[in-house]
Ligand binder design. Sequence first.
Ligand SMILES: [Zn+2]
Length: 91
Amino acid sequence: MGHNPRFRMWGNEDWQGYCPTIGDMDRRGWSLTATCSTCDLKMEVRVEVVIREKGRAWSPWGKTAKCRRLHCHGRMYLRGYAPRAGEYVDI
Ligand SMILES: [Zn+2]
């Protein structure tokens, strides 16, 4: 896996421009995880399920979801892994 050093300079806006929708993330092979800011529960996000529910044009940027753990009222934040860049990105 070649790591392109230019990606290290990128901010969130650059990443959002590069992969604006869930369909783009799927096409570029991103894997997504959701982490709860309250209880630290981590979950793998199945991109194909999100696409089936929301469509390929849906944008996950800036979105949070209710924590899936019982009795936790925290919010889950998404993080993407861009395999071609070898970088983790806060979504
Ligand atoms: Zn939680």
